[in-house]
Write a protein that binds this ligand. Structure first.
Ligand code: SAH
Length: 480
């Protein structure tokens, strides 16, 4: 009854004045009036705001920020003029120090609430977040959707939050300056040659996304056009009208090394298609990370913030406690960046990764760095590891690979599969280093590992994605 009354009290279009006292996982400001919660995008903790209810539920509402009456001391003017519309940066209006504080407590709170860990214990083992000195222009990769604006002009940029409306922008301030020239050349070529962008509703049109990646150390650039290209019998490697003209312009850009197309004809939100054709230059670009040289394909995962990646890996290596005698498994290894960084300090390392091209890169990367103590397996961690465990147990139940010193995991946002965690527990390494890009699934998995006999020793967030709500975390668990 009480709740119903409240719902009647607050309804759509109501204008309310509220102080923002908390911040949600997506960076939205949270304010309360008589226990009724308002979620207000773009409001910052400490702001006093006027907000208009857009959608009223029983106990809470989503409201639109109408006016900042008194700004929070943490509020700053975003550097990017379209930060509010664009879905890429959710918290550019917060000072960088307050972004770091938010991320530190997001990780802490998720581990406590979702992982069921004791607050005091977590506070005693959490180390301060690793921030950036300059939190802009840090991304080495961007995937720009291509579409049309209201006037039919071809545009590229980023999606608005929770939508597929493109907010035009060729010069994102967290990306590399090279993006602008590349995107403008492609858009001009499309306009001139009447090449249509892909339309998600009709499934027609050619160009879906433009992927740009840059090696920060090598200066090498990769461009991959994701296209809805249906001619299966293509034998001439021509996918785009007047392709040579486009290539002649793009290839003149300083650092251009690889131009390719990725075929994606599916009606899906997945950006990249699995088929890649190089149309100019090399299949991969090179970059240097932690003193090692890496080859990177369009489909391979490569951390987007190289400056922070070196700090993150440094922390992971420190947690792994390597002395040169250890056997290490690196699950979800991508192109083998963590595996190979650890190989120099361990006896034998094994990597597991689902994307075959990434494993090709990983093997190639081991060879180009003259590393002979790394072995890579392609497949799902939750299948490769149990298979290996079963077969190896029959052969030699005391093998080091079966009972390694360290297992490192760095899964995608959904975290580790239960089967993978179960096998890790059976393999019973002395230490587990968990690298995570989602602290909610991290918390869930930490609980499983701790219930399986491990102790959480250290938790250290690392800001890989300044201006966004995302945060990376590295944890050390030890066998009890
Ligand atoms: N450790 C690497 C990659 C981390 S990203 C680095 O720091 O660069 C996570 C990786 O897990 C991606 O390369 C992704 O392709 C891979 N992956 C996703 N699901 C997987 C699964 N079930 N088994 C193995 N690898 C998987």
């Amino acid at each position: 009854m009480k709740d119903d009354k409240k719902a009647r009290l607050y309804k759509k279009d109501d204008l309310l004045t509220v102080e923002i006292t908390d911040i949600g996982n997506d960076g939205e400001g949270i304010g309360k009036i008589d226990g009724y919660t308002l979620f207000i995008k773009d409001a910052v903790i400490g702001d006093l705001v006027k907000a208009k209810i857009m959608k009223a539920k029983k106990n809470y509402a989503y409201a639109h920020l109408e006016e900042v009456i008194t700004p929070s001391k943490d509020r700053v003017k975003p550097k990017c003029p379209i930060a509010r519309q664009c879905g890429g940066c959710q918290i550019q209006n917060m000072s960088y120090e307050s972004q770091l504080r938010f991320k530190q407590s997001k990780v802490r709170n998720n581990i406590v609430r979702l992982g069921g860990f004791d607050e005091k214990e977590i506070d005693s083992i959490m180390e301060p977040i690793i921030g950036m000195d300059d939190p802009f222009k840090y991304r080495n990769k961007a995937q720009f959707p291509v579409g049309k604006d209201k006037n039919g002009k071809i545009v590229t940029g980023f999606y608005a939050g929770h939508s597929h409306n493109i907010i035009p922008n060729t010069d994102c301030i967290i990306g590399v300056p090279d993006n602008k020239e590349i995107l403008e050349i492609i858009i001009a070529h499309m306009e001139k040659n009447h090449i249509e962008p892909y339309d998600e509703v009709t499934g027609k049109g050619l160009v879906r996304h433009i992927l740009i990646r840059k090696g920060f150390v090598s200066g090498q650039l990769m461009v991959c056009l994701v296209i809805n290209y249906k001619n299966k019998n293509n034998t001439d490697n021509i996918y785009i009208k007047n392709q040579d003209e486009l290539i002649s312009k793009l290839s003149l850009i300083d650092g251009m090394t690889s131009i390719s197309v990725s075929i994606n004809t599916e009606k899906t939100n997945v950006i990249m298609g699995t088929e890649i054709h190089t149309i100019w230059g090399q299949d991969t670009i090179k970059d240097t990370l932690c003193g090692l040289e890496f080859n990177i394909s369009p489909l391979s995962f490569y951390q987007v913030n190289p400056v922070q990646t070196e700090k993150l890996y440094g922390q992971a290596i420190e947690y792994a406690g390597l002395t040169g005698n250890e056997t290490v498994w690196d699950l979800y290894c991508g192109i083998g960046t963590i595996t190979l960084s650890m190989s120099k300090k361990a006896k034998q390392v094994y990597g597991v990764e689902i994307i075959p091209q990434a494993i090709d890169d990983a093997n190639d990367n081991a060879a180009r760095n003259s590393i002979s103590n790394a072995k890579f397996y392609v497949g799902k961690a939750e299948e490769v590891l149990p298979d290996f465990y079963e077969k190896e147990s029959e052969k030699d139940s005391s093998s080091n690979a079966l009972h390694p010193d360290v297992i490192v995991v760095d899964p995608p946002r959904k975290g580790c599969d239960q089967m993978c965690l179960d096998t890790m527990l059976k393999m019973a390494p002395n230490r587990i280093v968990y690298v995570s890009c989602d602290s909610a699934t991290l918390a869930r998995d930490l609980r499983i590992l701790c219930d399986g006999g491990y102790k959480l020793e250290h938790v250290r967030p690392c800001d890989m994605f300044p201006m966004s709500v995302h945060v990376e975390t590295v944890c050390l668990l030890s066998k009890q």
